[in-house]
Design a protein around this ligand. Structure first.
Ligand SMILES: Nc1ncnc2c1ncn2[C@@H]1O[C@H](COP(=O)(O)OP(=O)(O)OP(=O)(O)O)[C@@H](O)[C@H]1O
Length: 214
């Protein structure tokens, strides 16, 4: 679940973004919509505890994010949030398995090779475990990044522009995959997008429309 009240973020230069309240039940889907610069990435960073709100409250998976001390926030994020960034940020120096292994390291958990295999297998990419990211297709790399986001069964999945630069067929496939996997895990799904196709492809989702009134 995600719940916000009077959420605001003031930057060092004095500009302030204010966000409308949301109440998303566990397992629900929220679309963050708005033009470039309207605050979608900022909202995601607040939800992940990567940025601190300067006003209001944000509760994610039962935790008031602002109430966590920085070190506790890192551990909480690693165990609670699955992040699918726009640029997938796979380490080119590591294999697919190595990239997934970093998730356990970040969460302070022992490596679980069985969970890694199951998660990759559920996304149809277990056979790529020994490959380096440079040898993956765009679609394969996105599945690997999604596997990395889902690995610890996060309560919340944050996806930043997951359909940017995808053609219509790939866009539909990516959204179906994202929703299916979120549903299977019972995770709350947040998709930040300015892609009009996403709104049609995710009927019934809550929408937070941002105007960018910084
Ligand atoms: N550190 C910062 N200091 C000052 N202003 C900032 C800072 N970070 C972001 N902003 C401003 O806040 C606004 C929202 O930025 P944000 O990246 O959240 O928008 P966005 O909707 O994700 O954009 P895009 O779709 O282009 O990624 C923009 O006007 C941006 O310039």
């Amino acid at each position: 679940m995600i719940h916000t009240r009077d959420l605001a973020c003031r930057f060092a230069d004095g500009r302030t973004l204010r966000f409308a309240d949301v109440d998303v039940p566990q397992g629900g889907t929220l679309l963050l919509r708005g033009p470039s610069g309207s605050g979608k990435s900022t909202w995601l960073a607040l939800a992940a505890g990567l940025l601190s709100a300067t006003g209001g409250e944000m509760v994610v998976a039962g935790q008031s994010v602002g109430a966590l001390a920085p070190a506790a926030r890192d551990a909480w994020r690693a165990r609670t949030i699955g992040f699918l960034p726009q640029r997938l940020l796979l380490s080119e120096a590591l294999t697919v398995a190595g990239n997934l292994g970093l998730v356990f390291f970040a969460a302070g958990l022992p490596l679980d090779k069985v969970a890694m295999h199951h998660t990759l297998d559920a996304l149809g990419v277990a056979h790529l475990a020994a490959r380096k990211p440079a040898r993956l297709s765009g679609g394969e790399a996105q599945r690997v990044a999604l596997a990395r986001a889902l690995l610890l069964r996060p309560r919340v999945i944050l996806a930043d522009e997951p359909t940017a630069s995808l053609d219509d067929a790939a866009c539909a496939a990516a959204l179906t995959l994202l929703r299916e996997r979120a549903q299977a895990a019972g995770a709350t799904l947040v998709i930040a997008t300015h892609d009009a196709r996403v709104l049609q492809a995710v009927p019934g989702a809550q929408v937070l429309a941002m105007r960018g009134d910084a």
